[in-house]
Design a protein around this ligand. Structure first.
Ligand SMILES: Cc1ncc(COP(=O)(O)O)c(C=O)c1O
Length: 340
């Protein structure tokens, strides 16, 4: 089976498993896990932030960041298709008492002008209090689209003007960085908190990292424990994370090349609608014109290709390190049989 459902399906390589087996460990609730401490220090330096914390998942990372930036009753402004809104089980409300004010962004990009219209006046004590602007980079539902750095800078200027905080859901910030050549530190400089995943394109089995000022990460450490996220000998997982960043970060360009290759071949098929300009990283979305999404998924699976749902009428395919150039050739062949 060629599995293009998500970049989360990657399995740890033999080399990654080796470093996991041999990792030095200790009790992380006592902050005594040397490998977790090493990963956190390494990430803080890489992202140019004061401190970092290993967390079990991207959802927990985002939600911890939102929690430490806000008070119950506060409001977050973000794109209507943001992962924190659509796919995190209502956690902003469930865990932190937050409401969301949504923008109908253009491929996940929200402009300062749009954001400014939603900021509540400070004098309006009877309204929710606007507290955070959230950006997702790359944007999942938009199909791995990179958020332009100039727009991020403008959002930061707006946030400063209104004394708002900025949070970055950088689950796939690694991909944005490889696609643009802009470092993860440069992207992170405009945000108070950043969450990045180790278990997507980088191929780690578990884990995310959150980053921010020391005081915020200290508070997130406390809240993580309260949410049941205090872990013990996590060096085994942290070792995989370190290995993933050191060995699998720059190779993401191969996934991007494969996604482009796949997209360009799909674009030649008449029964499909695809915007290849939006295929900027490792995700591609396409609309079958004559079949339902379900039919495309079932028929492709029968021929050995796994695809995912990308929203109403949209099929999603994601390239990753367990997919080779040859697999992409096969995927093109299967899709040409299914779709033509
Ligand atoms: C943009 C984005 N943010 C956050 C997450 C959550 O990550 P996790 O599945 O590790 O909780 C995902 C997962 O797909 C994602 O795509």
């Amino acid at each position: 089976m060629i599995d293009l459902r998500s970049d989360t399906v990657t399995k740890p390589s033999k080399e990654m498993r080796n470093v996991m087996v041999n990792a030095e460990v200790g009790d992380d609730v006592y902050r005594e896990d040397p490998t977790a401490n090493r990963l956190q220090k390494y990430c803080a330096e890489l992202f140019g932030k004061e401190d970092a914390l290993f967390v079990p998942s991207g959802v927990m990372g985002n939600q911890l960041c939102l929690n430490v930036l806000t008070q119950p009753g506060d409001e977050i402004i973000c794109d209507k298709n943001a992962h924190i809104f659509l796919y995190e089980s209502g956690s902003p409300a469930m865990l932190s008492g937050l409401s969301m004010n949504l923008i109908d962004g253009q491929n996940g990009v929200i402009t300062p002008a749009e954001v400014e219209t939603l900021i509540r006046p400070i004098s309006a004590y009877y309204m929710p209090r606007t507290k955070v602007i959230e950006v997702e980079n790359t944007h999942n539902v938009a199909g791995g689209v990179v958020h332009p750095i100039e727009n991020i800078k403008a959002l930061k200027t707006l946030a400063d003007k209104h004394r708002l905080k900025m949070h970055l859901d950088g689950a796939r910030l690694w991909n944005a960085s490889v696609a643009t050549g802009i470092s993860v530190a440069e992207y992170s400089a405009y945000f108070d908190t950043v969450s990045v995943c180790l278990s997507k394109g980088l191929g780690s089995p578990v884990g995310s990292i959150i980053l921010g000022e020391k005081e915020m990460i200290e508070e997130a450490f406390r809240v993580r424990k309260g949410w049941g996220g205090g872990m013990r000998q996590i060096g085994i997982l942290a070792a995989a994370g370190l290995y993933a960043i050191e060995n699998n970060f720059s190779r993401l360009s191969e996934d991007h090349k494969n996604a482009k290759e796949l997209a360009e071949n799909i674009a030649k098929m008449e029964s499909v609608e695809i915007d290849t300009l939006l295929v900027q990283t490792n995700i591609l979305m396409f609309k079958p014109r004559t079949m339902s999404v379900e039919e495309v998924i079932v028929k492709s699976k029968e021929k050995g290709l796994l695809l995912g749902h990308g929203g109403v009428g949209v099929v999603r395919a994601v390239t990753h390190m367990d997919v080779t150039d040859k697999d992409i050739e096969k995927a093109v062949l299967i899709l040409s049989q299914v779709l033509n």
